[in-house]
Ligand binder design. Sequence first.
Ligand SMILES: [Zn+2]
Length: 110
Amino acid sequence: MDASSDEVLVAGECPVCPGVGAAVMVASVESAEIFFACPDCGCAWRTPPSGAVDSVDPPSRFAPAGFRLAHRKDVETAGLLPLFVRTEPLAGGSGDFEGIDGFVAGAEAG
Ligand SMILES: [Zn+2]
């Protein structure tokens, strides 16, 4: 078991479906650029959402070529570690992006 690759980095609660979804740190498969997305409602944000949001975009807006879960290494490289508030296990946690347009399951950072 390799626990380190089975974690989901969460930056806070989803403002669109609070109590259900979370703002999960994800990365473009093309550029490894970090952004935030909720697996429950399929919304995505360039910066961590807080409070009311008036912009709701699909992940494809930030990652036209697809996206994957961000790894701790990606987040560290981008200098965004201060933004993440907790981790969740991939299984049964907030990492279930199956069915969200553009999600590439199992894609690894280089
Ligand atoms: Zn949501």
